[in-house]
Design a binder for this molecule. Structure first.
Ligand SMILES: *Cc1c(COP(=O)(O)O)cnc(C)c1O
Length: 469
């Protein structure tokens, strides 16, 4: 067909709307969306005809392209994925996943009215802080507590409430950046406090803090090096020493713990991290930590500390801007409740369960996955079960190498790159990693149901890749 014949053959929008495939689309999608997709497809085809990159017109194909366009536009953006990476608190994949109890509580308060700010006993207005404050006090030994949007918000609120207009002293070894735009010097500036840096990158002594004290000093800030370690010739001032120095000058210590653990994880072979309770016992006036890192709950920033300080934070104008919604509060309450019985917490909270899973259990899971992998996959890839390393992720426990057992797929005719992308673009999306030319799957971060799902996705993908080859 020549160009003008092709242009004449292009359907009109009104006619195309009567086509059975488009009429079917209109049942499930808004008319305006369908009309826009039709117009866009016709315009694109017209441009292609004029550019002579289209020499033939198939109206059925054009309608199929419109259907694909509408369905792509209607696809949900924020959806679940399967995490086969072995990175437990995977920031890009949503950090911690909730316990069943926490997820059920979110569903309940999301779909119905709730006691968010209602006191059932008196029938009067209640406080949204009440749902988590007592639990946090019980679990950390603090006098008072509150929770805000995330730990970055908690740090900002803490500094603004305690040191705005004054000076806050921080060690040069702790001027950390935690992903993107969260840097301690910037947060300090935004909070309205003047940052006074002391010590050197690798070493800060108590006398450095002492020399920096002035009548304008309002705060000692101690930031946990969550996502990195300075190794070698290093020294940091212990929290207890800083508390003692502060006490003799009326300066409180605010510790940003970052990950924030409530249970000592050393018995499970993980490195020592001070627990929130230990920092409170050592005299920190205020401690902040994330809800969705090692705690294993929803995104939140938790603040625990002395009663008069938490009262000040609650009354600060910024508190309203940073406050938590009911769904997060429900998830946080149920996550914290699990910690009342640490054994239960280790079992019920997915982040803790995956972090503390024994190498034996992870071997059983890897062998289960390998055994479920079928013939189409094995025709293209050699499957092996082998020891490897899992990571806490999320900037937590950066040096921890968690012994795990992996399933590796080495190509024997198949393409690892094609396999990885097919899994990723599938439904559901399965995220795996490629290492040394092999596809690596770590069942530590998979649920039991997901182990079967990954095996069958592999089989479907490889059956398709095998046909193409
Ligand atoms: C992760 C982290 C933060 C930020 O916490 P978010 O909950 O991600 O906002 C702040 N400080 C430290 C030390 C951290 O590790």
């Amino acid at each position: 067909m020549d160009t003008s014949a092709l242009l004449r053959a292009l359907p009109k929008v009104d006619d195309a709307l009567k086509h059975p495939r488009i009429a079917g689309l209109l049942e499930a999608h808004p008319r305006q969306v369908v009309v826009e997709a039709l117009r866009a497809q016709i315009d694109a085809t017209r441009a292609a005809i004029l550019a002579q990159s289209v020499t033939d017109l198939d109206p059925e194909q054009l309608m199929a392209d419109v259907v694909a366009r509408v369905e792509l536009g209607a696809a949900r953006s924020l959806v679940g994925v399967v995490n086969a990476t072995g990175i437990i608190v995977h920031t890009n994949l949503g950090r911690s996943i909730l316990s069943d109890a926490a997820a059920a509580a979110v569903q309940e308060v999301a779909a119905g009215y709730s006691t968010l700010e209602y006191d059932v006993a008196s029938g009067a207005r209640g406080s949204r802080h009440a749902h988590v404050e007592e639990l946090l006090c019980k679990l950390t030994g603090a006098e008072a507590a509150m929770a805000v949007n995330n730990n970055a918000a908690a740090v900002m609120l803490g500094i603004a409430a305690l040191a705005r207009g004054g000076e806050a002293i921080v060690s040069r070894g702790q001027l950390v950046e935690i992903g993107g735009s969260f840097r301690i010097p910037d947060i300090m500036a935004e909070s309205g406090a003047t940052m006074v840096e002391v010590g050197a990158t690798n070493k800060t002594h108590l006398r450095d803090y002492e020399k920096a004290l002035t009548p304008a000093t309002r705060l000692f800030l101690k930031v946990h090096s969550s996502n990195f370690r300075v190794l070698g010739f290093t020294e940091e001032v212990e929290l207890g020493q800083l508390v003692a120095l502060g006490a003799s000058h009326g300066v409180p210590v605010f510790e940003d713990q970052g990950s924030g653990v409530l249970i000592d994880l050393r018995p499970f072979g993980l490195p020592y991290e001070p627990t929130v309770g230990e920092s409170i016992a050592a005299g920190a006036a205020l401690v902040s930590f994330s809800g969705d890192k090692l705690l294993g709950g929803p995104q939140a920033g938790i603040l625990v500390g002395r009663a008069e300080i938490i009262a000040k934070l609650k009354q600060h104008p910024m508190a309203r801007a940073l406050r938590l919604d009911k769904m997060t509060l429900a998830a946080l309450e149920l996550t914290l409740r699990a910690y009342l019985d640490p054994e239960r917490a280790l079992k019920d909270i997915p982040t803790l369960r995956m972090l503390t899973m024994s190498a034996d259990e992870s071997r059983v899971r890897a062998e289960t996955l390998a055994a479920a992998i079928g013939a189409s996959t094995r025709a293209l890839f050699a499957v092996s079960v082998e020891p490897g390393v899992a990571r806490a992720g999320g900037g937590s426990l950066p040096l921890a190498e968690i012994d795990t057992v992996l399933v590796a797929l080495a190509p024997v005719g198949g393409s690892v790159v094609d396999l990885e992308s097919s899994l990723r673009l599938g439904d559901p999306c399965i995220v795996a990693r490629i290492n040394d030319g092999r596809l690596i799957l770590d069942p530590r971060t998979l649920s039991d149901a997901e182990i079967d799902l990954v095996a069958s996705a592999l089989e479907q993908t490889c059956a398709r890749l095998g046909e193409k080859a």
